[in-house]
Structures are given as C-alpha cells and as structure tokens.
Design a binder for this molecule. Structure first.
Ligand code: PRX
Length: 660
C-alpha cells in the first residue's frame, strides 16, 4: 500500500471552490464548516438532535438523541415517531412543491414521462392501500426486484409508508441470490416486473423469481406483485401472483401512514463481506432519512431550481439514498433513467444532461472511465459535442477515482466550472461520510477531502492508535452517527465482529478500507483491506465467488483474488483446481467459459471472473493456508519477490502463471 500512498500524496493540483459558489452554498465557506465541526465536537448527540429537529418532520418528537447503553447497538432519537414516506411526500402537499416535477423518467428507448409530487403521492398511496388490503403490515419484509422505474420508487415508498421493511435486490442478481435473500429476510411479499429493458434488450425478471421459488423453502411469501413493464409473456401462479394494476385497482389516493418509532427498520440491503454469505445491512428510519436529506443539502447543495441526476440503480445503496429517499425528502426534481450509458450511443449521458438541463450529476468512476474511452474513440459522442452549460456540480461515488479520470471529468464534463464531490461512504454508513463540500473545500483530484461535520473519521494502526499524517492505516469512525448500520439482519454477533472487532477493543466502527491523510489533513482512500473486491463500483466478496465455484461438480478447490483493471477498477481472477487431471489448453478454455456462466447463475453476471487459471494445486503454506498474497502477484503478472520458503509446493506457481 505504501507505494500507492506515496504516488497519490504527490498529487499537487488544487482547485478552490468557484467564487460564485461559496456565498450561495448551504455551507458557505471554511469558517461555517469549522463552526459546525466545533459544534459537533462540543456536544455530539446535541448536534445531531438539533439537525434531526430541523430537517425531519416528527409525528411525535423525541426526547433523547443517542442511546449508547448497549453499544455498539446504538439507537438514535428512539422515543420519537415519524413516517419516512410522509417525510418524502406528504410534507410537500399544500406547498409550492406539490405541483413540481418529482421525477423525470427517461426510458431506455428515450421516451420521457414526468410525475409531480402530488401524482407520486397518489401513486404511492394507491399501491400502499392495495398492499394493506392484501393484509400486509408493519414489520413484514418485502423483496423488491424491479427495473429502474417510477414504480420501483413507488414500491419502496409504499413499503416505507406501511412500515414494511424492503430489501431491494439488484436486477442483475441471479435467482439463487434472490432465493438466499427471500429466506434470510423471511420475506412475505415480493414486488417485481415482467422484464426490464436495458440497452435495447428485454431482460426477464419475473422468471428469476419463479426459479427462486422452484428451489424450495420460500413458503413465507404470500404474494408476488408483478408490474407490467413490457407485457412480456410471464407465467402467473394463481393465488400467489397478482398484477400491479390489480393491486391498485379501486384504491384510494389517500393512505394514512403507519407511524413508526425512529428505530423501526426501514430496509435491509444485502452486501458482500469477508465470508461467503452476503450480510443483510439493516438501517433504521429516522437516522437514515436525516443523513439522506442533510447530505442532499450539504454535499449536493440542492436548491429548489436544481435538476438532480444520480445514475445509480435502486438496487444499490446509492440508489436508495440519492434516488428514493434523499431527493424526495428535499422536494427536488430528479431524473430517473432506465437504460445504460452507452445505448444507443456513447453520448447518451451527455445528451440527457442537455435534454433535461441537469444541474447536479452524480455517477461512478467506472462509468466515467468507460465514457472516456468511448468518447475518445468516437468523437461525435464526446461530451464537448453537447451543451452541458446547465451543470453546476458533479459527483463521484463507489470506488477511488484515479486523478486522470477526475481531470477528464472536471475538464470535459464540468468545463472547469463545476466542483466535483468525491463522496466516500458505504452501504453500512447510509449516506456520505467523507466528501468535499462544494462551497468549502479546495479539491485535490483523487481525494475525498474531509469528513462531514459530526463524522468522527480517523486513521489508526492495528492497536487503534491514530497514525501520523502521511502514513497509511485503517479507516475508522470513532463516534456513532445517525445513519449507521444498526445490525446485520438476524445476526447481531456478526455485526459486532465485522464492524466493532475486539482488535480495536470494540471502540470504533471499522470501515474495511485502507486510507491515509496528507499533510493538509485530506483523506485518500486506498481500497478494501479485507477480502472484498470492488469491480465497477460493485462490492463482491472473494469468498462468495469461491463458494460459487466450488459448488460446481467439476471443481475441487478455488481461490479468488482481485487484480487492478483500467476499466473496472478491479477484476476478478480465479485460481481453480479441478477434480479431473489438468485440462488441455483447448479444454481449459471451454471449462473456464462454463465456470464463468456458472458464477453468473450462482451470483450474477457482475461476479463472473475475468480470468480463470487452472493448476493441480494452490500455493499453500505447510499448515495448509492458501497464500493469497502470492496469488495476487501471479494475477498481476508480477515477478514473485515474496519469501516462498514456507510454500509447500513452489512448482505450482509456474502452472498458475499461465493464463487461459
Ligand atoms: O471501498 C470503499 C468504496 O466502496 C466501498 C463501499 O461499497 P458499497 O457498500 O457497495 O457502497 C458503494 C456506494 C456508497 C467502500 O468501503 N468506495 C465508496 N465510495 C468511495 C470508495 N472508495 C474511494 N472513494 C470513494 N468516493
């Protein structure tokens, strides 16, 4: 890690906030930022309590901000009551926001439709009333497997309105992944669509649900609601499956929300960790919504006239916080896009920014990198060909952004006028944690700059002691914050062990990232320090992919590591020992292809290994431990300089160096 740290710390370019920006920004200048930090420093719980009173509408006010009596199972504002959907929709009724556009939806084929806040409220109420009429109520769990659509947002909001805990499964995940989540969450309801449309192709969704049911054990589910996106031919099981239109038919456009305690779980979102099984990250209602709304204002400086566009999918946390909840809680107008950035051409994003006059654009480095390549090779679709003058702020999320991609984004998309907020956060943190504020921080390409006020981020060594500036270490958050993960659904012990491990005496939240601070106090994220890979901004556990591989009847043993990749950030490399003798080159190609498809079916296409190498064995120590460090070097094609004296079978390295 130290070579990496040295190279980024040499980044000397500095981009101060544009002059006009500072005075109008929600946090206007360094003095205001420091004053907020000082307020939080003086009274951490009191600081968050003030913000929770100012930014949320409470049905019953809370009397206590933080309950840390059962740390690390922290509670925030827990004797207060509210409803998250009410805070996103009803609060705007009777205000000028009521008739404002909430969502501009652009379909894959370019068709545009708009929904006002009043209409969105009606649609959420009708769907919630329909679910209520079917007997669904507070505390039940719903799996949402939906395309990017207004209905996807309506489904999540309707769950929140009834206190039903949603668990959205990204549309790219397989039937097997859905099956695991239905069972782990004990879901009673599934909300899905016939098909999704991406890049001109119809991709089935409902058939994956049927396949999950066919695996058995999904008896907890009482209803599967199916939204017709394409009218594609899907099987409907009488009694269990019901069309969306049937659910809402005849329902009233008013729906009394279920008032819930601040700590009532709002959602579970499964994400990869160091072990085989994905963890169900559980978020609470009030604290989560507070951070979603607050960071829309602080980080994105959202103003009534802005057009906001977050390109994430609602299946990831970014889509939860910066599509379904944050923008609506702030009464913002946002663009929701069904398709992909390169269809029908590589200028789609830029064309859409121009068409909808987007002023705040939030995307991932992986998308930027692919558009750099596409734009440079197809000059007609380069961002300079489009009118991007509506933009005033850009954002990045999901993985470290390399300084070259940052500069391209800044120059070609932002035209050197727009600050870039490089937001560091995680599924577990609920909202932004370390990020530039556009009216405060001078930017350095590749740095997420400084923590938000009230976020006690620090970098420590393995004993939990702060490291000196310029040195690398573990990124931790020293104090609880309102939108933090509450537990892992059904597994509180795993929560404690994963995030508050005994190594740090259980004091700090361990993020799982390596980081360093430079002499100006700027944070630089170096990537995961655990067995988690970041492929195109998607989080994947190496153990998860290994379990998928070894469940194939041909495979005896497998080890998975990451390798840096220019396009996807990291790429999955799998080392596989087959039960049969080592295959010929021809056979190896075929088996590698079969195994890729197998992983696609077990987890989802995003987890398919880019490179599969076969060997008669894996490099192990005499005590039988796989030497992953060595495998990482082999995957990168590096000379092996590590000590291999403890390796039981050194000859194996030569076999594994041969790519298929
Ligand atoms: O390694 C960090 C990386 O993404 C991880 C969190 O992944 P996930 O829970 O899927 O959430 C992604 C969207 C919030 C982190 O542990 N990461 C996220 N944002 C950044 C980042 N790495 C560097 N810079 C970022 N801005």
């Amino acid at each position: 890690m130290s070579a990496q740290i040295e190279s980024v710390l040499q980044e000397g370019r500095l981009f101060p906030p544009p002059k006009g920006f500072v005075s109008k920004a929600a946090i206007a200048g360094m003095d205001q930022y420091q004053a907020l930090c000082a307020e939080a420093e003086k009274d951490h719980a009191g600081f968050w309590a003030r913000l929770a009173r100012e930014h949320l509408v409470w049905h019953k006010p809370f009397s206590r901000a933080l309950d840390d009596s059962n740390a690390p199972f922290f509670k925030w504002f827990d004797d207060g009551e509210l409803n998250v959907s009410w805070n996103c929709l009803d609060r705007h009724l009777g205000t000028p926001v009521e008739n404002k556009t909430a969502i501009v939806f652009e379909a894959d084929d370019g068709k545009v439709s708009k929904v006002t806040y009043r209409e969105l409220h009606e649609r959420v109420c009708r769907f919630a009333n329909g679910l209520r009429a079917l007997g669904f109520q507070k505390g039940e769990r719903a799996i949402v497997y939906m395309p990017m659509s207004v209905e996807g947002v309506v489904a999540m909001q309707a769950c929140a309105r009834l206190g039903i805990i949603h668990s959205v499964v990204f549309g790219g995940f397989s039937a097997k992944s859905i099956h695991e989540r239905i069972i782990d969450a004990g879901a009673t309801l599934v909300i899905t669509a016939d098909e999704q449309v991406r890049g001109g192709k119809h991709i089935p969704l409902k058939p994956a649900i049927d396949e999950a049911f066919a695996m058995g054990g999904c008896d907890s589910v009482r209803k599967v609601v199916v939204y017709r996106r394409t009218g594609g031919d899907v099987a409907m099981q009488p009694g269990r499956d019901m069309a969306w239109d049937e659910v809402v038919a005849g329902q009233s456009a008013q729906c009394e929300p279920a008032w819930v305690g601040a700590e009532h779980p709002l959602f579970i979102l499964y994400t990869s960790g160091s072990t085989g099984k994905p963890k169900g990250v559980q978020h609470a209602s009030a604290g989560y919504l507070l951070m979603a709304a607050l960071t829309m204002k602080w980080t994105f400086d959202i103003k009534p006239e802005d057009i906001f566009w977050c390109t994430a999918d609602i299946g990831w946390v970014t889509g939860h916080t910066y599509i379904t909840y944050g923008p609506l809680a702030c009464g913002a107008t946002q663009v929701v896009f069904e398709g992909v950035p390169t269809f029908p051409h590589a200028g789609r994003f830029w064309e859409m920014i121009d068409r909808h006059k987007v002023s705040i654009f939030y995307t991932a480095p992986t998308a930027i990198r692919s558009l750099v390549k596409a734009g440079e090779s197809s000059p007609d679709h380069h961002p300079r060909k489009y009118d991007l003058s509506s933009l005033r702020l850009l954002g990045s999320v999901g993985e470290p952004i390399n300084p070259e991609a940052w500069m391209w984004y800044y120059t070609n998309v932002g035209r050197e006028r727009c600050p870039i907020v490089d937001t560091w956060w995680q599924t577990e943190t609920g909202g932004h944690m370390i990020t530039p504020l556009p009216g405060v921080h001078a930017l350095k390409p590749g740095s997420c700059t400084m923590p938000l006020p009230g976020v006690a981020a620090a970098i420590v060594d393995e004993t939990g002691t702060d490291v000196e500036k310029g040195k690398g270490g573990f990124l931790v958050i020293k104090k609880p914050w309102p939108s933090m993960i509450r537990t892992i659904w059904g597994d509180p012990e795993r929560f404690r062990k994963s995030y508050y491990p005994d190594d740090f005496k259980g004091r700090y939240y361990l993020a799982g990232d390596g980081a360093s601070r430079d002499l100006d106090g700027y944070f630089w994220i170096m990537g995961r320090i655990d067995d988690v890979l970041n492929v195109s901004g998607h989080r994947l556990g190496t153990m998860e992919i290994e379990s998928a591989l070894v469940s194939n009847p041909l495979v005896a043993e497998a080890a998975v590591v990451g390798r840096p990749d220019d396009m996807t950030g990291e790429a999955v490399v799998a080392f596989v020992v087959l039960k049969q003798a080592r295959p010929s080159a021809e056979e190896a190609k075929r088996i590698a292809n079969d195994l890729r498809n197998w992983v696609g079916k077990e987890i989802g296409a995003i987890a398919k290994p880019k490179d599969i190498r076969f060997g008669e064995n894996l490099p192990k120590t005499r005590s039988g431990k796989i030497m992953r460090r060595l495998l990482r070097s082999v995957a990168k094609g590096e000379e092996i300089t590590q000590d291999v004296s403890t390796l039981e079978n050194p000859a194996i390295l030569d076999q594994l160096k041969q790519a298929n």
